[in-house]
Design a binder for this molecule. Structure first.
Ligand SMILES: [Zn+2]
Ligand SMILES: [Zn+2]
Length: 282
């Protein structure tokens, strides 16, 4: 395998809703969503939850200049709250293209800027010294990034809307599916979107019991998240390869995560529950 043809996927934040540091999350991690994907010297980043802070520090340590394409699934706090602390964005000479959706009467750039307006944060986004371009994208587009890397988008079923991303390069692919709720049957659009892909990073925030409101839980139908059981159904239907459970519920302890991972592997062996620091190379 030529190293230049590989996709290297690193998990920097795997937790949904809010950061959860503490003794019960040391193994799977407490940072909110951020995943990096490297192809040769090209860097793609998915979401800028608090996980992006550690990624940023590593980039500053390793590289003289940092260039990256950052894909935001949606602007719920857990997916953007690390951006104001992304150190490379404060360094002149670095360059970022940030992709995402507009919402109702707000354009995407303002959605990202607004979390840093003065009443919320002491430093405004305009004070970040790197070159930052915001690009609005919607469902069903194909974005060509240098040297044969393409990124496709699909609308996700989530309150306020959301975008899923599929990266393709030299016959390999990886899909980032966070956040999103399943339907009562497998979504044909989503099935086609992830068809035969190598890796599906999937919003498995709930278990089926939590979602459906059985075994003493209150139902979570309509909250915009899926379950590990639905992830398996989808991956099997789409003949995709590896399932990565992602966006773990904020209340989930390491011990509970191990149990869920074992149950999932029992039903679909090529499954892992994402841990901060996991690296997958395809
Ligand atoms: Zn989320
Ligand atoms: Zn969300």
């Amino acid at each position: 395998m030529n190293i230049n043809d590989t996709m290297k996927i690193t998990f920097w934040g795997v937790r949904g809703s809010r950061p959860v540091p503490g003794k019960d999350t040391l193994i799977f991690g407490g940072n909110t969503p951020c995943v990096s994907l490297e192809i040769d010297d090209k860097l793609l980043i998915f979401d800028s939850g608090t996980g992006i802070c550690n990624l940023g520090n590593k980039l500053v340590q390793d590289k003289e200049t940092v260039k990256a394409h950052i894909f935001i699934s949606h602007t719920h706090w857990d997916h953007i709250q690390g951006f104001p602390f992304f150190t490379p964005a404060f360094i002149k000479g670095n360059e970022f293209v940030v992709y995402g959706q507009n919402k109702i009467n707000l354009n995407f750039a303002n959605l990202m800027k607004n979390q840093m307006i003065f009443p919320h944060f002491p430093v405004q986004l305009e004070q970040m010294a790197a070159k930052i371009a915001f690009v609005e994208v919607d469902s069903g587009v194909e974005i060509s990034i240098e040297e044969g890397i393409t990124v496709k988008t699909l609308h996700g079923n989530h309150p306020g809307g959301c975008l899923y991303y599929r990266v393709e390069y030299k016959g390999k692919s990886c899909c980032y599916i966070s956040d999103g709720e399943h339907y009562s049957c497998v979504d044909n659009f989503l099935k086609s979107f992830i068809e035969k892909t190598d890796i599906v990073i999937y919003d498995a925030n709930f278990t089926d019991s939590e979602y459906e409101g059985t075994d003493g839980y209150n139902t979570k139908i309509g909250w915009g998240h899926s379950t590990w059981q639905e992830g398996i159904k989808l991956v099997k239907a789409a003949e995709a390869n590896k399932l990565v459970l992602f966006h773990h519920a904020s209340h989930r302890t390491d011990e509970e995560m191990f149990k869920i991972e074992a149950q999932a592997i029992n039903e679909y062996s090529n499954t892992i529950a994402a841990r901060e620091g996991n690296i997958i190379i395809i």
